[in-house]
Design a protein around this ligand. Structure first.
Ligand SMILES: Nc1ncnc2c1ncn2[C@@H]1O[C@H](COP(=O)(O)OP(=O)(O)O)[C@@H](O)[C@H]1O
Ligand SMILES: [Mg+2]
Length: 563
């Protein structure tokens, strides 16, 4: 009669097989994660050649073969136990661990959710084959094979239908697996990697001497040719690798890789820090391709914070981000010297001096060629938009708006951090209307606006009185500029910029610069070109578009059949 309260559930330790399946949930998400774990094991075993085969995107079969050190029978059996690893012995060994693996989870996890087979030999004469189905050891056999290991994973998730349902189309799974191998191939240019999918070769990387050769093999020569080397050290942190030239950065399709102590890591903060290194050389939406290797002492980073080891925790994250940003910035700095205009004189100071007649010019000041001044090479404006002139090695073409944007940007950055810009007091102050969001943007930027020359005073409600305005060039329309500038600030149009000052400066430069379609007289052109050539980063405007291009003399000679 008296049933009493239901007895509480008993606490029991899970069977090893169940525990493995649960762990598999974290480690094995899809065929690509199996590829990742098996290839990491191959590399940890000292392999020089790794072969990956897929059938049906890995859903039917994944096979990874290596020529690494292999295992004897006892080790092979042990390796299938949970928490069995040869890579660490004590927690203290985690500090500075140099192998990809150390958790001892991958093989048992994979074997618990597939029909699994491992064939391995430590010496090329005796070998072992173990067969496991859904975590249960079926067979231990002799196998004859060369030194190394081959793991075959069939029918992934055959016993966990819920997970199997999450697998995507064959093409999608194949792509993810190729990507997983690509990442690891970047860490070891000296090793050979191949990947075949349903007997088609999708990846074939011979051993390479340098990282850039490996990048060429993985992607294309075209992409590799857009990369600049990164090589930078500060204190304990060394950053090396490649950053894409700003002009080649695009909003979509970038490749971004970060390795920490040789280990692939997903860290959006490091990627963002690297992008900050581009400063104003790329448009806010553009994403440069990056391959960055961070090297720092083992005790400065914890790599055991993620089951698939995809994250790392730095002891000093801000330091790491700062150094990454500086590393990228330093990599881009030589661009100025190597840009398309580089003539015999290296950077453009010489050309600037020649074009300017050796006389420093006031910004767009009027004034002709006085007596005693050497004659200056001519400049030609076409379409009221481009300025042409001769250089040592060809014909340079400057986009007047982009060029002026670059020049103003650098001026404004100096003004914002220094004394501010000279402003003109209006005899008749302007009164302008703004939206509530714009009024808020004005409030938030009042100090910066004053520094570039706009002294603004709230009038009533949505009206603002403009007392002073900057005067960056004679055709400057102050009213229009402030309206566009405030609209940009309120609309977050330049939101991609990391730094508030830089964002403001870029927005101002874009709106204040002389527009395309304005006729310039000879002195105005000369002033602009000289200022551009003496800028810090003359080759790109604040959106990362080129501000000048060159038609090389060689090219002219070739076209006219002189060469
Ligand atoms: N391809 C291989 N070649 C030689 N030994 C291997 C290979 N794969 C795995 N092993 C051995 O099996 C152990 C367990 O592998 P795994 O479960 O991936 O854990 P972990 O890599 O974290 O140690 C490894 O520590 C290694 O000793
Ligand atoms: Mg492993």
């Amino acid at each position: 009669m008296s049933a009493g309260p239901p007895s509480p559930p008993r606490v029991q330790v899970l069977a090893a097989q169940v525990a493995d399946q649960i762990a598999a949930g974290e480690v094995v998400e899809r065929p690509a994660s199996v590829v990742k774990e098996l290839v990491e094991n191959a590399l940890d075993a000292g392999a020089h050649a790794v072969r990956v085969e897929l059938e049906d995107g890995g859903k039917t079969l994944i096979r990874v073969s290596d020529d690494g050190r292999g295992m004897d029978r006892a080790d092979a059996a042990a390796a299938l136990q949970r928490h069995a690893t040869s890579k660490i012995r004590a927690a203290a060994d985690l500090i500075g661990v140099a192998t990809f693996g150390f958790r001892g989870e991958a093989l048992p996890a994979i074997a618990s959710v597939s029909r699994f087979e491992i064939e391995t030999s430590p010496d090329g004469s005796t070998g072992t084959r173990l067969r496991v189905t859904g975590g249960k050891l079926d067979a231990v056999e002799d196998a004859v094979r060369q030194r190394g290991t081959t793991v075959t994973v069939r029918a992934l998730f055959f016993n966990t239908p819920a997970r199997r349902k999450f697998l995507r189309a064959t093409a999608t799974e194949t792509r993810a697996a190729v990507e997983a191998l690509t990442v690891l191939a970047l860490t070891r240019p000296d090793a050979a990697f191949t990947l075949t999918s349903d007997a088609r070769v999708l990846l074939d990387c011979p051993p390479a001497a340098r990282a850039i050769d490996r990048i060429r093999a993985l992607w294309s020569r075209d992409l590799a040719d857009t990369l600049l080397p990164v090589s930078y050290r500060e204190g304990p942190l060394e950053v090396s690798g490649f950053a894409q030239r700003p002009a080649q950065a695009r909003p979509a399709g970038r490749k971004g890789y970060v390795f920490v102590r040789g280990r692939p890591i997903r860290d959006p903060f490091i990627v963002r820090a690297a992008e900050a290194g581009y400063r104003s050389t790329i448009a806010p939406g553009d994403r440069p391709s990056l391959v960055l290797f961070l090297d720092l002492p083992g005790d400065a980073v914890d790599v055991n914070v993620h089951p698939a080891k995809l994250e790392a925790r730095f002891r000093d994250k801000f330091f790491v981000e700062k150094v990454v940003e500086e590393a990228v910035r330093a990599a881009l700095a030589p661009l100025a010297a190597a840009a398309p205009l580089a003539g015999a004189g290296g950077p453009w100071q010489g050309l600037a001096a020649e074009l300017g007649g050796g006389v420093p010019l006031e910004l767009f000041a009027a004034g002709g060629e006085g007596p005693g001044r050497p004659s200056k090479p001519p400049l030609l404006q076409v379409f009221d938009t481009y300025i042409l002139f001769q250089t040592d090695s060809g014909v340079a073409i400057v986009d007047q708006h982009s060029a002026h944007e670059r020049v103003l940007y650098e001026d404004v950055m100096r003004q914002l951090t220094g004394d501010g810009a000279p402003a003109q007091r209006l005899l008749l102050p302007l009164t302008l209307e703004f939206s509530p969001a714009e009024i808020e943007a004005i409030d938030a930027h009042r100090e910066l606006l004053a520094r570039v020359g706009f002294e603004l005073e709230p009038f009533s409600g949505r009206s603002i009185v403009v007392h002073t305005v900057p005067n960056p060039h004679p055709r400057f329309e102050a009213g229009r500029c402030i309206q566009e500038l405030v609209a940009d600030l309120a609309g977050g149009r330049f939101g991609g910029w990391q730094n508030r000052l830089e964002r403001f400066a870029a927005t101002f430069a874009c709106r204040a610069a002389i527009k395309a379609g304005h006729h310039l007289d000879a002195d105005e052109m000369r002033e602009l070109v000289v200022r551009l050539l003496t800028a810090t980063l003359p080759a790109h405007d604040v959106h990362g578009r080129p501000s000048m291009v060159q038609l090389p003399k060689d090219e002219l000679e070739r076209r006219f059949g002189r060469a």
